[in-house]
Design a protein around this ligand. Structure first.
Ligand code: FNR
Length: 354
């Protein structure tokens, strides 16, 4: 392990050097001119921490609970697809690293290791499964059954991808699934082939726009609730209006996110809208946040503004690209240490004091 890599930015810089250009761009890139992507990071700096003194922080506890399950830290791994592009061990390595540190892992529908492989690789780690709703509802229903059977504890329903964002780098690079990889949750070649077909630009855009159900509406959440007993987390909420509709729809949690700036360019940063959503939801459901969380101080700020958990999208991918499972662990350890240090320096003993 290269001792010079001491923060998440170092891992991103390293990934830039070692990954093929189209892979790095796929992981790093955002939609349009990437204003939202950039803003997700800089918006954190608008919030300042007011440290208090002399409150005995000799013992610091960074553990918490999420939907009633214990986790070692209020930092989870957000769903992201195609991990084998970063490392041959793919999502299994990411999940093993998360398990080793007691971190919640969310597996993406678009994974290159299957629901069952990941469950077997990290049987004792807390795992959630992220779903998209396909035009063919049976596809989604089958995925849910498999996730239930394999012991995943919640369904993260991503609602900000009715169509795929216009990601210029992927279009320029004609990004598509490399020939040696497949979408492990799907046996039929048809879906994988769609992702490989990039004649009009991005293969990913081709896949999503052909198969995802863009006609999804709020009432479809009732359909989802009717076919599973797992808690439902709605990921991709950015407004008070939608957060309140989510509460009304009876979901267990709201995940404030702009998909890491990869969908609609020009939205607010997720940290910027968090306070108004927290206020409106008024404790009725748990609230999580992702987008631009790169340091322990970011975690602290999001928690102070009312998030119960934050999630990391790109950082685990930079760890994977460095050294598979070990690299993901290192990235997680860095941000966990930074968060613990922030608690100490701000005179907080745990996330309850934040
Ligand atoms: C994602 N994201 C994502 N979200 C989701 O719900 N399902 C998915 O399959 C994916 N795939 C995906 C791939 C890649 C390469 C990235 C970078 C992101 C979005 C992800 O869950 C999360 O919302 C953002 O990545 C959070 O922002 P940061 O932490 O990357 O800034």
């Amino acid at each position: 392990m290269n001792i010079n890599l001491v923060c998440i930015q170092d891992f991103e810089d390293h990934a830039f050097k070692v990954l093929p250009r189209s892979a790095f761009d796929f992981f790093r890139g955002g939609a349009g001119q990437e204003t939202t992507l950039a803003y997700n990071n800089t918006a954190f700096s608008k919030f300042k921490i007011r440290p208090r003194c002399l409150k005995n922080v000799a013992q610091r506890d960074i553990s918490t609970t999420v939907l009633g399950e214990k986790v070692s830290v209020p930092i989870g791994i957000a769903p992201s697809s195609l991990h084998k592009i970063a490392h041959p061990d793919g999502e299994c390595a990411t999940a093993r690293a998360a398990q080793a540190l007691g971190v919640l892992y969310t597996l993406s529908t678009g994974a290159t290791c299957s629901i069952e492989e990941v469950a077997e690789a990290a049987p004792n780690g807390l795992k959630w499964f992220q779903i998209y709703v396909y035009k063919n509802r049976k596809i989604t229903e089958d995925l849910i059954r498999r996730a239930e059977k394999a012991g995943y504890k919640a369904l993260v329903v991503t609602v900000d991808v009715p169509v795929v964002g216009i990601r210029l780098a992927d279009i320029r690079n004609r990004f598509s699934l490399p020939p040696h990889l497949g979408l492990a949750n799907f046996e039929d070649r048809n879906s994988t082939d769609l992702m490989r077909s990039n004649k009009d630009g991005s293969g990913l855009a081709n896949y999503v726009n052909s198969l995802f159900d863009a006609s999804l509406e709020w009432r479809d959440i009732q359909w989802l609730k009717g076919i599973t007993s797992l808690p439902i987390v709605l990921k991709g909420i950015l407004t008070v209006e939608d957060a309140l509709l989510a509460v009304e729809a009876g979901v267990e949690a709201v995940w404030v996110s702009n998909h890491g700036g990869r969908q609609l360019d020009g939205t607010p940063a997720s940290i910027e809208v968090l306070p108004e959503i927290v206020k409106a939801v008024d404790g009725k459901v748990e609230i999580y946040l992702d987008g631009g969380v790169r340091e322990g101080t970011d975690v602290f700020k999001a928690l102070a503004l009312g998030a119960r958990m934050v999630f990391l999208g790109r950082p685990p991918l930079w760890g994977l690209a460095h050294s598979g499972e070990e690299g993901v662990e290192k990235v997680l350890q860095i941000i966990m240490n930074e968060f613990e240090s922030t608690l100490g320096l701000s005179d907080s003993k745990s996330d309850q004091d934040v």
